[in-house]
Design a protein around this ligand. Structure first.
Ligand SMILES: Cc1ncc(C[n+]2csc(CCOP(=O)(O)OP(=O)(O)O)c2C)c(N)n1
Ligand SMILES: [Mg+2]
Length: 322
């Protein structure tokens, strides 16, 4: 591996932070501590960790509903994240947004719309502001394979290409949109990457469980965007390990296939093993990283649990610009 030990172990930490956040989210949801419902992103950490490793100060980010632990990579405190997820006053949206609305403008996170696909147009707007300011910053906007088939995504891609906007469109193709297989809703293998040529954009499709493959492809595409060559598409093939939501019985899919993906294509375990095999880090060093993240998560959950709920008389505060 040509990257430094610091970079590679940092990448491992990012992957594992998202993994442990997502696992803990499942636990607290099962205990009835999360209002609404969650969309587990366990197993889909590498597209975010690999892509965000190419970021720099001043960039903008739009994450989706899965995995929301990705917000931690961008520097959002775990305490704030768990508090928001649990609907507490100490969350980033004072508990009004919940699992779908982890965002912090000071970290470049410009929010997420539950109306899937519309984020791509917002990414264009942020990219236009970068273009007008004349910097070499980039907007990273994520969406799923199902969302890749939506009109607003096509329009945003076309406009970004026509105006040569600095956007990296990242499709996390986890092969399902709720219970619909990606192959049932698209005639092309890569619903985002295969269509990029139609807009005049470069694209790459990679194994989204290989964090270094994701990073290398993103680095190449982002270099072109920062150089002023306009937008690009990166598609990462992953697999949704759990149901669309917790409680989904997944009768529409073969449990043996799921078991195979989780066993063979675990992006965290595989990357950890390669770091040890290549002499970049020892098992002990990786265990120490795990222990420090786990301790931070314990502390964050305790903080969120002890935080106050919004007061009924204040529940409408902050929903609109005052
Ligand atoms: C415009 C719109 N249609 C439908 C939904 C309901 N919905 C929520 S998640 C989801 C599946 C999206 O699939 P995909 O884009 O592949 O993302 P994934 O859930 O697999 O991460 C759907 C249909 C929505 N939120 N917005
Ligand atoms: Mg999907």
């Amino acid at each position: 591996m040509s990257e430094s030990k610091e970079f590679l172990t940092g990448l491992y930490r990012d992957l594992l932070t998202v993994r442990l956040f997502e696992e803990r989210q499942i636990e607290i949801y099962a205990l009835g501590k999360v209002p609404g419902h969650i969309h587990s992103g366990v197993g889909e950490e590498a597209p975010y960790a690999g892509v965000f490793a190419t970021r720099k100060e001043g960039d903008y980010f739009k994450i989706t509903h899965r995995p929301i632990g990705a917000a931690a990579i961008l520097g959002m405190p775990l305490k704030t994240m768990f508090a928001e997820v649990m609907g507490k006053e100490t969350g980033n949206a004072r508990g009004r947004g919940g699992v779908l609305h982890l965002a912090d403008k000071s970290k470049g996170m410009i929010g997420f719309s539950g109306t899937l696909g519309c984020d791509a147009g917002v990414a264009d707007g942020a990219a236009l502001s970068i273009q007008m300011a004349g910097t070499d910053n980039v907007v990273y906007t994520f969406f799923g394979d199902g969302t890749a088939n939506r009109g607003p995504v096509y329009e945003a891609m076309n406009l970004a290409a026509v105006w040569q906007l600095p956007v990296l469109f990242v499709c996390n193709n986890n092969q399902f949109a709720i219970s619909t297989y990606a192959s049932w809703s698209s005639r092309v293998e890569h619903p985002a990457a295969d269509r990029a040529a139609g807009y005049g954009m470069p694209s790459r499709a990679v194994d989204g469980t290989d964090v270094l493959a994701v990073y290398e492809a993103a680095k190449e595409l982002v270099a072109g965007i920062r150089a002023g060559n306009g937008p690009a598409v990166l598609e990462c093939r992953t697999y949704r390990w759990r149901g669309h939501f917790e409680g989904d019985q997944m009768k529409y899919r073969d449990a043996a296939v799921t078991e195979k993906w989780t066993r063979e294509k675990d992006c965290v375990a595989n990357f950890g093993r390669s770091l040890v095999a290549d002499g970049v880090a020892t098992e002990e060093e990786l265990s120490a990283i795990r222990a420090s993240i786990a301790a931070e998560i314990d502390e964050a959950v305790a903080f969120a649990e002890a935080s106050p709920e919004p007061k009924p008389e204040e529940i409408l505060q902050g929903l609109y610009v005052d």
